[in-house]
Design a protein around this ligand. Sequence first.
Ligand code: GRF
Length: 191
Amino acid sequence: MKTKKIVLFASGSGSNVENIFNYFQEHPNVEVSCVLTNKRSAQVIDRCNRLKINALYFNRHSFYNTGFVCSVLKDMKPDLIVLAGFLWKIPSNLIETFPDKIINIHPALLPKYGGKGMYGSNVHKAVKENGETETGITIHYVNEHYDEGAIIQQAKTIVEEEDTPESIAAKVHELEYEHFPKVIEQLLKKA
Ligand code: GRF
């Protein structure tokens, strides 16, 4: 069976990248080919070095104004492009080149708490401030609008009164670690 390739995009800590890499490390026909990042100082780069994953940095110009990232991706021929804490909007040329092959994870139950500015701790603070009794994750396809692509899977967790934005973030991360690799595996079976 042909090896299926995942390319990951990340801007931050990269704990999901590490979790996905570990999940597939012993997999007979799935590999993490590369991690692309738009942040030179991102902790994900240290993780990639430690785990010996290829990492590639690109800047705003090469992402939006040249075909650099798109042509790198075309050469890699990924079966799935996975955004794991990637904060820039995906340009339409990438979406058109890789239809139904780009997915994202959002740390809330979309359509709630999505859109511009709703990332990282902003999301968990808003969930807390609004007194939500549940939150969760949404794994979805990426289209031209932030957090609006078709939903693939959601999972929920309870928000207790004593929860803080930090403890909510920890609960949400647990859901991400549990579900994201499995959803990727399912999608790759169909790819
Ligand atoms: C995750 O909560 C993910 O849902 C969001 O960004 C965060 C990335 O965390 N899109 P990490 O860098 O994988 O630790």
